[in-house]
Design a protein around this ligand. Structure first.
Ligand code: ZN
Length: 327
């Protein structure tokens, strides 16, 4: 991302110089369709007397090749139309997106989204701090995005995607989902404007790495550059594994000992030495294929093989244990 810094000189009418700790990022469209109205031309304009006298200023202008920066991020500009004390003017970074005829809007918007994502991330601000000029003053701006169907939602999705893309751990899905609809398209980005790259069928289990978009138009990132819609939660439900059965088998012991009373512990130790296995105290769930019960009864629900070494009393138990270890 190439950013050319060409700051408005200090003291100009459109460099107010109020210090700013920005809390928002505000998007605009320039409103100029002239083929020459690129970022460089806007940089020239913002340095002109006409811009100084209005006064009008913002922080960045983005076209499809380059970004110009006109003000430091620590100072405010006059771009939001909400007055001298307005939050838009005093607490937000203004980004103008060019619309000169012939511009590659897709490329320009991606650069603008990347810039907005970086600005939000640098300050630890959530996506909800991304604003339209419209939000501050009701002006129909950014008009290109606002007049395109789903334009703003898709732009926000792009910003989220750029915010997420460098911290996704593809070894660690956030959760698993199960496909609810008969077929579900996988797209290369979080919008129906992106290419369909594959599809899923009902009942398939998918790994979900991130959620993007604005509710209810949520998109799930299920892999690198792979997205599925989950608008209104209709297409994918969170999938809970029925049971951790396999995992339990993994740490299942061959043999274990359980006791019902600590008076049986000395005898249990004798058995433990022979079998080289652990002793579980009363009331503990035991995962083992074979369970030796020293004193008392086997715990309820144990499904493996049980060797009962319980007697009428602890002397009787001791005799049974002795017979077992001498076997
Ligand atoms: Zn605007």
């Amino acid at each position: 991302m190439i950013i050319i810094k060409e700051f408005i000189p200090k003291g100009r009418g459109n460099r107010p110089g109020y210090s700013m700790d920005y809390q928002y990022v505000t998007m605009h469209n320039t409103g100029s369709r002239s083929p020459y109205a690129d970022a460089k031309a806007h940089s020239a304009y913002i340095l002109s007397d006409s811009a100084a006298n209005r006064p009008a200023s913002w922080h960045y202008t983005v076209d499809d090749g380059v970004i110009y920066q006109h003000l430091p991020l620590t100072e405010n500009g006059w771009h939001a139309g909400d007055g001298g004390q307005g939050t838009g003017n005093r607490k937000s970074v203004g980004i103008e997106m060019c619309e000169n005829s012939g511009i590659d809007f897709n490329k320009m918007e991606d650069m603008a989204a990347k810039l907005a994502a970086k600005l939000l991330k640098d300050k630890g601000l959530p996506i909800t701090r991304l604003k339209q000029h419209y939000d501050w003053s009701g002006k129909n701006c950014p008009m290109v995005l606002r007049s395109r169907k789903n334009g703003w939602v898709e732009f926000v999705n792009r910003v989220v995607r750029h915010m997420a893309s460098d911290k996704i751990d593809y070894d660690k899905p956030k959760y698993q989902g199960i496909v609810l609809s008969d077929t579900l398209n996988i797209r290369s980005g979080p919008s129906t404007r992106f290419d369909r790259v594959n599809s899923l069928n009902k009942g398939q289990i998918i790994d979900v790495y991130a959620e993007t978009g604005i509710a209810p138009y949520v998109w799930l990132m299920i892999g690198k550059d792979q997205f599925v819609s989950n608008a209104e939660g209709k297409y994918v439900a969170k999938y809970e594994k029925p049971d951790e059965v396999l995992k339990e088998e993994d740490d299942m012991l061959d043999v274990a000992i359980t006791i019902n009373s600590f008076v049986d512990y000395p005898m249990a130790e004798v058995v433990a030495r022979k079998e080289n296995c652990p002793i579980y105290p009363p009331g503990r769930t035991v995962k083992a294929k074979k369970l030796i019960v020293v004193g008392g009864r086997a715990p309820d629900g144990f499904k493996g093989e049980i060797i009962a070494l319980g007697g009428k009393d602890r002397f009787d138990t001791a005799r049974k244990v002795e017979a077992y270890i001498n076997k």
